[in-house]
Design a protein around this ligand. Structure first.
Ligand code: ADP
Ligand code: MG
Length: 261
């Protein structure tokens, strides 16, 4: 059975998508069977996995509205397969922004994704869900079917404050919709050790959240930011770069942690 994880943080631009695609590719490289679900209408994880969001025959939108199954809608990117990092992609595009409204009157609307994934779960070791920067119905769908949440965060002054809302949402979801949901860990991303404030916030995080903070730290690295322009994750674009090496180490840490669950 797959381990299902949401990559979530209600802030935008904190590295959710970068983490999702690089972890997916890193896990695939390590021989894990991975499905990446793009739950963000921006479709960045789709494009960053080498799939043109404008060319999708079916997407996560169709899955949520039950006009397609996951098996029909998922695709693969030849580029990633050729690099030995192939994973399945359930893509998203702008259409998904309408799902929120269209699902308003639907019963059990926050469980649509869970129902759809049940059919394919046994085919994967990991299902990674890239969430939008909000605590919306889309994010709820992700949280409803996940075993855990990975929270990428930058070590900045307001980082801890933003975390409170997410932690409260997770508590509510656990109480009402998904009692198994847990925060798997906080991942420090875009880290620059030369900045004293980042070191201080990083130390605070470890004090507060102890073993919930992943050992791996993702540095700020321009190769990770360049990769989406080439339609591949950083670990495929430049495997020897510091950013790629960190994400590969993170994939190994994830496999170890899951083994210990
Ligand atoms: P989110 O999905 O949370 O909105 P993204 O993953 O899209 O965040 O990242 C926001 C921006 O920061 C993107 O331009 C991305 O390429 C860049 N970025 C993410 N992680 C890093 C990193 N470790 N080093 C440098 N740039 C990064
Ligand atoms: Mg994103």
């Amino acid at each position: 059975m797959a381990s299902i994880f949401c990559i979530a943080n209600q802030k935008g631009g904190v590295g959710k998508t970068t983490t999702t695609v690089n972890l997916a590719a890193g896990l695939a490289k390590a021989g894990q069977r991975v499905l990446m679900v793009d739950l963000d209408p921006q479709g960045n994880a789709t494009m960053g996995s080498g799939v043109d969001k404008r060319q999708l025959k079916a997407s996560i939108y169709d899955v949520l509205l039950e006009s397609s199954s996951v098996a029909q809608a998922r695709v693969r990117s030849d580029k990633l397969v050729a690099a030995g990092c192939g994973y399945d992609i359930l893509g998203a595009n702008r259409e998904l922004a309408g799902a929120e409204v269209e699902l308003v009157d639907v019963e059990r609307r926050e469980r649509r994704l869970k129902a759809a994934l049940t059919e394919v779960e046994h085919e994967y070791d990991f299902i990674l869900i890239d969430c939008p920067p909000s605590l919306s119905m889309l994010t709820l769908n992700g949280l409803c079917c996940a075993h855990g949440v990975l929270v990428p965060m930058q070590c900045e002054y307001f980082a801890l404050e933003g975390l409170t809302d997410l932690v409260n949402t997770i508590k509510q979801v656990r109480a009402n919709l998904n009692k198994d949901l847990a925060v798997i860990g906080l991942l420090r991303v875009m880290f620059d050790p030369r900045i004293t404030l980042q070191q201080q916030v990083s130390d605070q995080l470890k004090q507060h959240f102890t073993d919930k903070v992943f050992d791996t730290v993702i540095p700020r690295n321009v190769r990770l930011a360049e990769a989406p322009g080439y339609g591949v994750p950083g670990v495929v674009f430049d495997p020897s770069s510091k950013g790629a090496q960190a994400y590969l180490a993170f994939a190994r840490e994830m496999v170890e942690r899951i083994g210990r669950l």
